[in-house]
Write a protein that binds this ligand. Sequence first.
Ligand code: SAM
Length: 295
Amino acid sequence: MQPAHLPVMLEEVVACLAPKDGGLYVDGNLGLGGHTEKILETCGPTGQVVGFDWDAAALTLAQERLARFAGRVHFVHENFTSIKETLMELGIGTIDGLLLDLGLSSLQLDVSGRGFSFKGSEPLDMRMDQRQTTTAAQLVNEATEEELADIFFFYGEERQARRIAEEIVEARRKEKIVSTAQLVALVDQAIPKRFHPKKIHVATKVFQALRIAVNRELDSLEQVLADGASLLAPGARFCVLSFHSLEDRLVKQAFRENPLLEAVTQKPLTPGRAECLRNPRARSAKLRVATRGLN
Ligand SMILES: C[S@@+](CC[C@H](N)C(=O)[O-])C[C@H]1O[C@@H](n2cnc3c(N)ncnc32)[C@H](O)[C@@H]1O
């Protein structure tokens, strides 16, 4: 059976992270453990990984997959923004490498039933961590028209943001918007047919925007880029896989401007054709790598 999530650019990521025997690595986005499994296989019998995921369901599956590495993996059910405190609690000062594989796993997208996908009809939730309080339904039903337009414009780069926000506010006066199918229909209605995108689903950008807003993804990324850099041992690698331009921009900027880091990739690495055919989710991936300087 095909695994529920295929790790993206696995060979490239491990080559760039260059795990060494007995090294200590952090996987900020453990997901189903695909990258961590390979890191553990590469860093000898004493190498270790601290893996973060704030989705309890993902963590459970990763624990099953990585059971044979018992004692070499620490599973952390927290946002990766807690990296400093968590490592301090584990008695860890510096790390030999840090990987971020941002966004959602295929499992969350396809089968979580939490409203990440515009296919089918699911409750409008979109919380990666069920302990968070604000859901997508709350934003859609309670944010002002202006706030919604800003979310769609800034987090989705959606040019029809105002029209969509207006349609939503009009519709919710009559009936609460609770499902992904309702939202898709409203976006479809709001955007004049001649502006419907050709290559992506009409609601792709709105779904991306809401997910980013619900999970405060860009704030978290900025924080982990700064905190993560400060934890790297001299010469250690920081590898980030991102999946849209807003994320990639923040990574590029941090790798250029953080005085602790030296960018290894001036241009991001991207997956080969064969991988994109095998795993369409890989198509938008960009891998950037930096090294912690020696001083
Ligand atoms: C693309 S998947 C990772 C897949 C993984 N590399 C693998 O090979 O199986 C991203 C994972 O990161 C988690 N995640 C996203 N943002 C997070 C955050 N701020 N803190 C912790 N986990 C996060 C998601 O719940 C998801 O399981």
